[in-house]
Design a protein around this ligand. Structure first.
Ligand code: DX5
Ligand code: ZN
Length: 230
């Protein structure tokens, strides 16, 4: 099993965002997780395509855009043009989920659905062929620094079973990502429940001294060590 770590720049220092992105990837992260909030679908307001475009030259790592916006479709091509590699959205925020997935793929990006803690996994059943990523929220969306909701572990096992059954019949892989409250002390348990891709915001960007460009090395190494034991 290959594991991916995707630090959420929501917890980065926005005054030095380009440096933060370059440092975290140089420290061993795999993806840049990019949280887009609109103060409508979720009660917070963050960053959009302009910021995605601005950080694009700072790394060659995939930029994983997590859309917490409603409506979804209008903004998708803007993020594709801004250099996003993966675009995920919440099914409740789109009137036509299958169409939105197709739009993301047609824009040249990988597509995924995001499941809130109370959102049933059945949303994925009829669109498996259009999914590259399934993202389970392990907190309610809107803020970094919240605690992992333990019920996500059973939901991960359920999602893993659905994905494995699909892979067995289609030969296609779908990544299973988890977002919210992921830390060094729970990442192994989350991996054992079936996740292969881990968003970590406060755990990564909260680590080390601001003046040290290597400050993310040890937290990323600790996350990897925990995963190595799975
Ligand atoms: C929450 C965001 C998360 C958040 C995770 O709505 O989608 O990506 O930044 O932050 P932590 O890892 O601090 O829970
Ligand atoms: Zn996120």
């Amino acid at each position: 099993m290959t594991f991916r770590i995707a630090p959420s720049i929501l917890s980065a220092n926005f005054a030095k965002l380009g440096e933060e992105v370059a440092n975290v990837i140089a420290s061993g992260a795999d993806w840049v997780h990019f949280d887009v909030m609109d103060n409508h679908y979720v009660p917070n307001l963050t960053i959009g395509p302009l910021v995605c475009e601005a950080i694009r030259p700072c790394t060659t790592a995939p930029i994983d855009v997590h859309l917490m916006v409603k409506p979804v479709d209008r903004i998708v091509p803007d993020f594709a043009k801004a250099g996003a590699n993966i675009i995920t959205f919440h099914p409740e925020a789109s009137d036509h989920v299958d169409r939105t997935l197709g739009l993301i793929r047609d824009s040249g990006c990988q597509a995924g659905l995001v499941f809130n803690p109370a959102t049933p996994l059945t949303w994925m059943d009829h669109v498996m062929d259009k999914l590259d990523v399934v993202l389970l929220m392990s907190v309610n969306p809107g803020f970094g620094g919240q605690s992992f909701i333990p019920g996500t572990l059973d939901k991960l096992r359920e999602a893993r079973a659905k994905i494995d059954a699909y892979t067995a019949r289609s030969g296609r892989t779908i990544l299973l990502e988890v977002d919210g409250g992921v830390k060094v002390d729970n990442i192994a348990e989350i991996a054992r429940a079936g996740a292969d891709t881990f968003v970590a915001g406060s755990a990564v960007f909260g680590a080390g001294k601001d003046s040290d460009p290597q400050r993310y090395n040890s937290v990323l190494a600790n996350l990897r060590t925990a995963l190595a034991g799975v």
